[in-house]
Ligand binder design. Sequence first.
Ligand SMILES: C[S@@+](CC[C@H](N)C(=O)[O-])C[C@H]1O[C@@H](n2cnc3c(N)ncnc32)[C@H](O)[C@@H]1O
Length: 384
Amino acid sequence: MEQYKSVPVRLPDKTPVDILTIQRRFNQGFKREDIFLDVSPDACLINVREVDMRELRATVGELIEEHDTTGAKMVLREALQAVESIRSYGLKGRKRLFVGYNSERKVRQRQDKEKRRGRHYYANDHAFPRQSSEPPAEYLNRIVCGDSSEVLKRLPDNCVDMVFTSPPYNFGLEYGESPDDYQWEKYYEKLFSVFDECIRVLKFGGRIAVNVQPLFSDYIPSHHVISNFFMRRKLVWKGEIMWEKNNYNCKYTAWGSWKSPSSPYLKYTWEFIEVFCKGSLKAAGNAAEADITADEFKQWVNARWSVAPERNMREYGHPAMFPVELATRVLKLFSFRGAFVLDPFAGVGTTAIAAKNSGRRYLNIDVSRDYCDAAKKRLAETLL
Ligand SMILES: C[S@@+](CC[C@H](N)C(=O)[O-])C[C@H]1O[C@@H](n2cnc3c(N)ncnc32)[C@H](O)[C@@H]1O
């Protein structure tokens, strides 16, 4: 940043002038760090950082009175005029700031706005308790078969560090024994009953990350519906990751709308991960337990992740898995090693595999016995 704003002071052509005396007297009237005259054999500059203009005008007026030569009076008037002519400056009390005022103004305005409007206004009046509890030993590193809205009731409040899940889509996919063709209102009612339990068991500062694909064919923006739910429950929206699957095989038009604005069908090659925090944006944890590398961090905080979809769904017998790579990134970016990680719609245990591989503890729940058995088999085969 420049230290001073420097402007030339015009010197009289023909009138003789004792410029060194003017310089000395002018500089005696002010603090050098605020303003000073700088004279060289062929130029005169006024350097100004900040000044009270009323003081400057008064002092220059006195100096003009004091000097009896026309040349000296002209130089002093020119010096004042040079400062008056600087059009860009900030204000601090009675002073004009001629350098650094932009950054100062930006910060001050931002802080003022934050104070007036508040950050994440929708979540500030939460009543989440800060004390956390230990996860019960019988639920550590377990695959539990059951309905999550029931199973989670057996867990104490505030014992989970991180939830990562992908809810059933209600797309009519065949999910083992669970009916996947509820009416949408009933579907959300059921989903939110599970999420309410997730919020209750989550620690203060814990995170919930939900992988969700909008219900394109039913024109339901489920990522917004779900985000709206968490905001109403006073969780803070930490951000959104776009999981780019690079899946260009998906259907993109019906013949009825081909090449016509009448109703073009939009095509998506990505899904979302919505991330919410309970009570605080900061998660408590020991820095030594952060296991993300510098390169991973630099790459993953760019919220568009290109990760190939799971290729072995047929082998595991599940129609809607996410890949281990996706779960691993989420866990390493948002939780510390040793964290207790919950997936309430666990399918064939992808979150558990990522947790086991990265030194975290897990509880995976799925309503389907077949999926739970497949998850246990997968975990047993996972080498550390
Ligand atoms: C999108 S899949 C999750 C797949 C998982 N991410 C994976 O990679 O294997 C959703 C899962 O939720 C399960 N599910 C549906 N309703 C449930 C409930 N009430 N409680 C627990 N699991 C449920 C389904 O059986 C299905 O496996």
